[in-house]
Each structure stands twice: as structure tokens, then as C-alpha cells.
Design a binder for this molecule. Structure first.
Ligand SMILES: *Cc1c(COP(=O)(O)O)cnc(C)c1O
Length: 369
């Protein structure tokens, strides 16, 4: 591969001298799950995100699942979310037996369309999950007004958006609950699975802490409710604490790469660069363009042949996923369906060099011609 889509070894090499002594010290401490590193990480991320509370969990998927449990979402309830996201977002809704109601997206940002969200609300709607896709905040000011007006709790899926911001604040600090993933490829990546739930509500914080430990509170063997095993471990927390200190710098580098791409791609027919809304801070978890004119798959193949890493996030909109067995066949979400045919994500990791960026640009220009 001439330019990889992502190379995790570079960040490790850069931070090795800080990471390795911390890893050793956790190994020597004999305390491996939910200890002082996790506690410190929870305080530091809550401070970074601007939420009152943060709860370390096993994954972003678990953060979403625990968020729905904390809000008492039951079978028969409806939960509205975007049709254009990673599968985990809707999977957890279906898994607890609630009904997913898919919402269409804005053609420019790929984020949930607030007008379609408003249209999809019924008397059964018990929550909405806007997803800050690719690292840009949804129009949270509009979404919160609509949701508050109807008394609907809001869960931000900020799994791709730690550090992103918009007019109402930073991702994960705006709604009732924020959910984050530290899967290794995310902007803040662990060396295994990890996740976080944020909230300003002390009751939700206490419930999430209990749910991650099988429904226990102070007494380890007294289970007040059913729960989960979803704990963050000390090794992950120790590494994440180090990386958190570099997160703004890493996100800034992603933004620099993105604006250099934009400058060139804006002038090229057949390619539409991502749209960053005014007063928003997109942190480019992915740099996703549209390839118009029905040429996306050909461009993808030609980049592969040139050994330029690229990926299609997402090829299948959620309502068309085989797991749903045609259940949503009658539902048409034209903007999400068209996006799935046109999107292409290009390399944008912080450690990518200017030379590599140039190779990506040259290959893309050649491919769209
Ligand atoms: C990664 C991701 C998740 C799931 O996070 P995991 O830590 O992999 O469980 C959920 N939603 C979105 C939008 C994601 O990108």
C-alpha cells in the first residue's frame, strides 16, 4: 500500500516513550479493571468534553445499550435514529426489543435531517439518537428544541466525534447522554475495546455505574437490577489518558489534511468534498467525499489499483441491512440511499505526511477523469 487508509503503528511509535512505562506500571500494580486509571480518565474526559459525569465502559456499543437501559426504553417503544451510520447504532435499539424508526439525512453533512426527525415523532417515541457522523456535530440546537418540546430524551452517538463542536457546545455535552467509542481506529483509540457514557444528570450517572457492574450499587453481591458486564480496564484507561492530552493536536492535523484536500477537490468535477457548517468544528474521523455521475465504484477500484487506501462508509444504509430481513422494504429514505451509492472515504489520519496526501490527491484526480 502506497498510502494506507490508517496506520496505527505511527501513533504508537510517536508516544511509545510515554505509553510503555504506564503499561508496565499498570501490569505491576495488580489492579486491572475499574481502578485509579479509569477514575482519573473519567474525570479528565468529563473535563475535556464539558459534561458533569463520565462513565468508562467496554465499548461504544455498550455505551449506547446502557444509555437506552438508563432511559428505561422498553419493547414497544420507538427510538428514532439515522439510517446512515455504523450498524451498532440501530442494533442496540432492536436488540432490546424496541422499534427502530429510521430518519433520513441532510445531503451535505450526512447527519440526521431535523425536519425528518420531527416528522417521524409519534406518541410512542421514547428517544432519539442523532449520530455525529464522520466527526461533525448534528444540528443539535434544532434537534434539542424539537425533542425538548415533545419531552423526548436525546442520546448523542458521538462514537466518531470526540472533540467535535458546534454552536451548542462539544459533542457529548449537549443532550441527556453522550456515547463514545475508543475502538483503536477512532480519533481517540485504545489498544482494544473501550467506551464512555457522559451525562449531566447524577441519576443517569449512578444508573450507568450500576449497569456496568451487573446492577450492583455499593454491595458487590447485591444486584438491584439486571445489568451488564461492561467495564473499562486499567491498561486501556492508562493509554487513553496519554492520548487524550494529544487529542486536540491530532484533530487539528486531521483538519489541516481535510482543508488541503478541500482546496483541490472543490475545483474538480465529479467529486464533492465534505461540507463543514459555519461555526462547527468537524474533526474528520473520516474524510468522506461524494463521487458523482455513477462513478464511485470505478474510482474505488482505481484507487485500490494505485495502492491508495480508501473505504466505503457506508455502502448499505441501515434500513437495507440483511439483518432486518426486508422489514423496512417499504421505507424509502432517498438521501441516505443516494449517499450510500456515492460516498468514498479517503486517508486522513494525523500522522499522514504531506507527500502521502499529495499521492492521494493525484490518484483521485486521475481516477475521476
Ligand atoms: C464505532 C461506532 C460505534 C460502536 O462503537 P464500538 O466501540 O465499536 O462498540 C457506534 N456508533 C458509531 C457511529 C460508531 O462509529
Amino acid at each position: 500500500m502506497k498510502v494506507p487508509l490508517l496506520d496505527l503503528t505511527r501513533q504508537y511509535q510517536q508516544l511509545k516513550d510515554e505509553i510503555e512505562p504506564q503499561v508496565l506500571s499498570v501490569l505491576q500494580s495488580g489492579w486491572y479493571i475499574l481502578g485509579p486509571q479509569v477514575e482519573a480518565f473519567e474525570k479528565e474526559t468529563a473535563g475535556y468534553i464539558g459534561s458533569e459525569y463520565a462513565v468508562g465502559l467496554n465499548s461504544g456499543t455498550d455505551a449506547l445499550r446502557i444509555a437506552l437501559s438508563a432511559l428505561n426504553i422498553d419493547p414497544g417503544d420507538e427510538v428514532i435514529t439515522s439510517a446512515f451510520s455504523y450498524f451498532a447504532t440501530c442494533e442496540v435499539i432492536s436488540e432490546i426489543g424496541a422499534s427502530v424508526v429510521f430518519c433520513d439525512i441532510d445531503p451535505h453533512t450526512f447527519n440526521i435531517d431535523p425536519d425528518d426527525f420531527a416528522r417521524k415523532i409519534t406518541s410512542k417515541t421514547k428517544a432519539v439518537i442523532p449520530v455525529h457522523i464522520f466527526g461533525q456535530l448534528c444540528e443539535m440546537d434544532r434537534i434539542m428544541v424539537i425533542a425538548r418540546d415533545r419531552g423526548i430524551p436525546v442520546i448523542e452517538d458521538a462514537c466518531q466525534a470526540i472533540g467535535a463542536a458546534g454552536p451548542p457546545g462539544k459533542a457529548g455535552s449537549i443532550a441527556d447522554i453522550g456515547t463514545f467509542s475508543f475502538f483503536p481506529s477512532k480519533n481517540l483509540g485504545a489498544v482494544g475495546d473501550g467506551g464512555l457514557l457522559t451525562t449531566n444528570d447524577p441519576d443517569i450517572d449512578a444508573i450507568a455505574r450500576s449497569l456496568r457492574m451487573h446492577g450492583t450499587r455499593n454491595d458487590r453481591y447485591r444486584h438491584e437490577t439486571l445489568g451488564y458486564n461492561s467495564r473499562l480496564d486499567e491498561l486501556q484507561a492508562a493509554i487513553l489518558r496519554i492520548k487524550l492530552r494529544y487529542l486536540d493536536e491530532f484533530n487539528e492535523k486531521r483538519r489541516t489534511h481535510a482543508s488541503a484536500y478541500n482546496e483541490i477537490f472543490n475545483e474538480i468535477d465529479g467529486i464533492e468534498p465534505p461540507v463543514e457548517l459555519p461555526d462547527y468544528k468537524h474533526i474528520y474521523h473520516q474524510y468522506t467525499v461524494r463521487i458523482t455521475g455513477g462513478k464511485r465504484d470505478a474510482v474505488f477500484e482505481s484507487l485500490k489499483a494505485e495502492e491508495i487506501g480508501c473505504a466505503i462508509y457506508y455502502k448499505v444504509p441501515l434500513h437495507k441491512q440483511p439483518a432486518y430481513n426486508g422489514k423496512f422494504d417499504n421505507i424509502h429514505l432517498p438521501v441516505a440511499e443516494k449517499a450510500a451509492e456515492e460516498v468514498l472515504s479517503l486517508p486522513v489520519f494525523p500522522e499522514m505526511t504531506v507527500e502521502e496526501r499529495g499521492m492521494v490527491i493525484d490518484a483521485v484526480i486521475k481516477a475521476v477523469k
